[in-house]
Design a protein around this ligand. Structure first.
Ligand SMILES: NC(=O)c1ccc[n+]([C@@H]2O[C@H](COP(=O)([O-])OP(=O)(O)OC[C@H]3O[C@@H](n4cnc5c(N)ncnc54)[C@H](O)[C@@H]3O)[C@@H](O)[C@H]2O)c1
Length: 428
């Protein structure tokens, strides 16, 4: 059993700390958000993540998991300190390292000799060495251990990872971090820190590329009269391509892909390499958002001014409450900017949406549609797929449906009079 301190108890830190307690380690999770820590001590999990509530409760009951705002007490007695801090993008596209830097400087004097500081935040290549300098100690180790969990599936991904990557200069420290994952049966890839940091950016950039690629193919399908659903299925069966991340939509978003693609582009630029492919991926994503808005505009006759629009879904994907850089939020923002009156429903949202103050929030999917000229589906929550189209038809003023996730069954919506449009196949 190792003594683990986790600094930053957000999506990654809370999942990491909780799952390490599940693997039998003694964990203390720190956050400077006192209200969050207070809630977690009572077993209140502030994010929507399947299975996490149960594991937090279990960890608290077993005495293997605790939460604190007092970083010093736990860090000073830890064998491992995981940094799970935010690394948002700055307006110039570079990574805001202020959270990681501040904590590294703060904890340096507190660490006991032999402690391994493990960076789990997604950070620019070279950060492992940079953190070692900020710690100002030659008797502790710094290792990179990037996180690949998918929000909505975070617990399962942590406990059954496709791989664990650990990179650092000291083979003993790398080995000790790798051993923490005993019990997950994960293939472990050990390497130097620069390679580990690069792996994380390469993974996210590749996934974003897949999304922009299939969105572009979907757009071509609309011009040619082909059906992207069949194209994606057929190409995805080739194991060299793989079927995941081949669903076209309104564009990628979330707390990682937008900032990590821009971050890698910036890293490449700084290194003197023009990463043209990645620049196109980012541009294609912005065009996809614009294209989604254009479909809604066209569906209501060419102008959104004064139009009542119903929106289903605000989170960046289903099964999470995360709206950071959500394509749904961005599409709604653009609809509102063109004069639309938007009423939205999302299973994780109630009351006002702070980033969309003029948008009405309905209590359920049907209520969002009352009086609307068009319905726009922006997040792939499964529960939207089973809403009876006839019930929606009864309350809507218009009959346009723009399904930006290809979630609904076009036939059943058309059969009750809707003019349905998906992504990547022609409306009939
Ligand atoms: N969310 C994901 O799906 C995901 C997946 C892989 C990697 N990552 C990376 O992991 C990192 C963390 O992401 P996240 O989504 O968990 O962020 P988050 O914003 O959900 O969590 C960060 C937490 O750190 C806390 N914090 C900030 N400063 C602190 C300080 N000085 N002391 C203690 N706590 C502090 C915040 O209050 C917050 O709770 C980022 O680099 C991100 O790119 C995220």
């Amino acid at each position: 059993m190792a003594e683990i301190a986790v600094v930053g108890t957000g999506y990654v830190g809370l999942t990491t700390g909780t799952c390490f307690s599940r693997l039998g380690h003694r964990v203390v999770c720190f956050d400077n958000d006192a209200a969050k820590v207070e809630g977690l001590r009572d077993g209140h999990v502030p994010i929507v993540e399947a299975g996490l509530d149960e594991l937090v409760t279990q960890g608290l009951e077993d005495g293997l998991l605790r939460f604190s705002t007092e970083t010093k007490d736990g860090v000073a007695s830890a064998d491992f300190v995981f940094l799970c801090l935010p690394t948002p993008d700055l307006p110039n596209g570079s990574v805001d390292m202020s959270y990681v830097d501040a904590v590294a400087k703060q904890i340096g004097p507190w660490l006991r000799p032999g402690t391994v500081v493990v960076n789990k935040s997604t950070v620019p290549v070279g950060t492992t060495r940079h953190v070692a300098q900020l710690l100002g100690r030659d008797d502790v180790f710094v290792v990179s251990n990037p996180e690949f969990l998918r929000e909505g599936n975070a617990v399962a991904d942590f406990l059954n990872p496709s791989r664990v990557v650990v990179g650092g200069d000291d083979a003993g420290a790398v080995e000790r971090v790798a051993k923490l994952y005993d019990g997950t049966n994960a293939p472990v890839i050990t390497c130097d820190a620069t390679t580990a940091e690069t792996i994380k950016y390469a993974a996210n950039a590749f996934l974003a590329t897949k999304i922009s690629f299939i969105n572009s193919i979907a757009n071509i399908c609309e011009y040619l009269g082909a059906d992207v659903r069949v194209v994606a299925d057929a190409i995805g069966r080739d194991p060299r391509i793989g079927g995941q991340f081949l669903q076209p939509g309104p564009g990628f978003g979330g707390s990682c892909f937008p900032k990590d693609t821009i971050g890698l582009l910036r890293l490449a630029e700084d290194a003197g390499y023009d990463f043209g492919v990645l620049r196109s991926v980012i541009e294609a994503n912005d065009q996809q958002l614009a294209r989604t808005v254009a479909k809604v505009r066209d569906a209501v006759g060419g102008s959104l001014r004064g139009m009542a629009i119903a929106v289903w879904g605000l989170t960046f994907k289903a099964n999470t409450d995360d709206r950071r850089h959500s394509p749904a939020v961005e599409v709604v923002r653009r609809l509102v900017a063109e004069g639309a009156q938007v009423t939205a429903f999302d299973p994780t949202v109630s009351g006002v949406v702070p980033e969309l103050p003029s948008v009405g929030v309905a209590a359920n999917a049907i209520e969002a549609c009352r009086g609307a000229e068009a319905l726009v589906v922006l997040t792939e929550w499964r529960e939207f797929a089973i809403v009876p189209p006839a019930s929606v038809r009864e309350v809507m003023a218009g009959a346009a449906v723009v399904d930006a996730r290809n979630l609904l069954d076009p036939g059943s919506w058309r059969s009750v009079g809707f003019v349905y449009q998906g992504v990547g196949f022609r409306p009939q």
